[in-house]
Design a protein around this ligand. Structure first.
Ligand code: 5GP
Ligand code: SF4
Ligand code: MG
Length: 455
């Protein structure tokens, strides 16, 4: 998911719309904006892409005020139905509050069971709603204390934006799984999942929100708080591999440069005699450039992508994903015919896409097809906000690299090593979460039942 918020600007909802548009790659299922005019909160949310949901300018007349938060959703928990669209807003004894969440709580079900035993009634199946219930039932007075108390009960990954009638609050979990940054636009403050959203609205990048930090923004300015127990940082390395946009700066680094270094490192680890290097667009492009430069091979665009289809993997239905590859990619015969081709992609999940791509490249006349993957085998599901499928569906959880090579019908297959991945990202001093590759989960689950996919 992606979140965006702005405080102290007369065009708050319009700018949030633009911010969400820049974050569309983080979720294409649904989106929403909640604005505040200083007295009450206004909501517009729906299933669909940002440009479609907010295509009608008239909508913005109903989103007045100088503060707004927004969300683009792709479902990691909760069904993909309309009532699960964020931001969620509730009215309670102290007024109204809305929240937008990127991440995934690992103890949501446990907390929910407790709250329900005390009489709370939940309206959605999202883990995010738990946060609002905790907040509403807190005995603390100040908003930041109520938020701190609620966050103290949560385990897992969260970047959160809260909006009340008069305040906006940003919070990042102590491990800092997901990225979140702070910017400035005129006298207003901006918070966004990725810096590319700041660029679009010409906001100045100030800094990242720190792991464990809670930033309260009011008309008097911002205050920073660290109310939670410190813990070792575990930013998601998969943001660099696939999820974030290459023009963004996250976790102190530019995503494009890191991806290119993945490609360079991959070339060092898995050389092959070949004629050209081609990426699987778009996710494989920077790594393919790095690979080609390091290997001294020509970089070509051997597969052309139709840009009007979203990231197929994110579409929640298996049926759509099935013919998705053909809708999305078409080979350039002129480039591929008679060549020994290195195909670079960022990851293999189920292997179905890769298999179709190898066939496509071969049918277009390639003499050899060598697949190189700019991350290690994805063998474990993510519980921290990336929608990887269950363990069973991850091809590398139950197959050797040689078996996968045979399945995708490649002449050779090579993955970036875990050491190579960490080296390229410069992780020397900084730990990262890489559990989907290593199986070492930085947060254990309070009870295994709360992690239904673990099989
Ligand atoms: P597969 O060959 O496993 O069917 O598909 C691999 C493709 O899925 C890669 O091109 C990768 O970029 C894409 N992909 C899209 N979304 C995701 C995601 O959320 N996780 C992973 N691991 N890969 C994804
Ligand atoms: Fe990121 Fe993988 Fe860790 Fe999930 S398990 S947070 S995708 S590195
Ligand atoms: Mg891809």
């Amino acid at each position: 998911c992606g979140i965006f918020g702005i405080y102290g600007h007369p065009e708050a909802a319009n700018l949030t719309y633009l911010g969400l548009y820049a974050l569309q790659h983080r979720g294409q299922e649904a989106c929403g904006i909640v604005s505040s005019d200083g007295r009450s909160l206004h909501v517009h949310r729906s299933m669909g892409l940002v440009a479609d949901v907010f295509g009608d300018q008239a909508i913005f007349r109903n989103l007045p005020g100088e503060a707004a938060i927004g969300h683009v959703r792709y479902s990691t928990t909760g069904d993909s139905v309309t009532k699960n669209v964020q931001p969620i807003k509730v009215d309670y004894s102290r007024g109204s509050i809305a929240v937008a969440h990127n991440g995934n709580l690992v103890n949501a079900q446990m907390v929910k069971d407790e709250l329900e035993a005390w009489g709370s009634i939940f309206q959605t199946t999202m883990d995010t709603e738990v946060i609002l219930h905790l907040l509403a039932s807190s005995k603390q007075n100040a908003l930041e204390d109520r938020i701190a108390e609620a966050l103290g009960r949560l385990k897992g990954a969260y970047c959160l934006l809260f909006l009340t009638e008069t305040r906006m609050v940003a919070a990042r979990d102590p491990q800092g799984f997901r990225p979140l940054c702070l910017g400035k636009l005129g006298d207003g403050w901006v918070v966004a999942s990725e810096s590319c959203a700041l660029d679009l609205i010409e906001a100045e990048f100030i800094r990242e929100v720190e792991p464990g930090e809670v930033i309260v923004i009011t008309k008097d300015g911002i205050t920073s708080h660290f109310p939670l127990k410190k813990s070792e940082a575990a930013p998601c390395i998969f943001e660099f591999v696939y999820f974030a946009r290459p023009d963004s700066y996250i976790f102190g680094k530019n995503v494009y440069m890191v991806r290119k270094d993945f490609g360079r490192q991959l070339a060092r680890e898995h050389q092959v005699d070949a004629d050209i290097v081609i990426p699987v667009p778009d996710s494989g492009v920077p790594a393919a450039l790095g690979y080609a430069q390091e290997a001294g091979l020509p970089f070509e665009l051997g597969l052309i992508r139709n840009h009007y289809i979203g990231r197929t993997f994110i579409e929640p239905q298996q049926s759509i994903r099935h013919f998705g590859v053909k809708i999305k990619l078409n080979p350039v015969r002129e480039i591929l015919e008679g060549k020994r081709v290195v195909v670079i992609d960022d990851s293999i999940v189920r292997g179905t896409t890769s298999r179709k791509i190898v066939k496509m490249v071969r049918n277009a006349g390639a003499k050899e097809v060598h697949v190189r993957i700019s991350s290690p085998p994805t063998s474990y599901p993510c519980y921290y906000g990336i929608d990887t499928p269950t363990r069973k569906e991850l091809i590398s959880s139950s197959h050797t690299i040689e078996e996968i090579r045979r399945y995708i019908t490649a002449d050779s297959l090579g993955y970036l090593s875990e050491e190579g991945l960490l080296k390229a990202v410069g992780a020397g001093e900084n730990p990262f979460c890489k559990a989907c590759f290593s199986g070492n989960y930085p947060i254990t689950f309070p009870k295994l039942a709360a992690a239904p996919q673990l099989d």
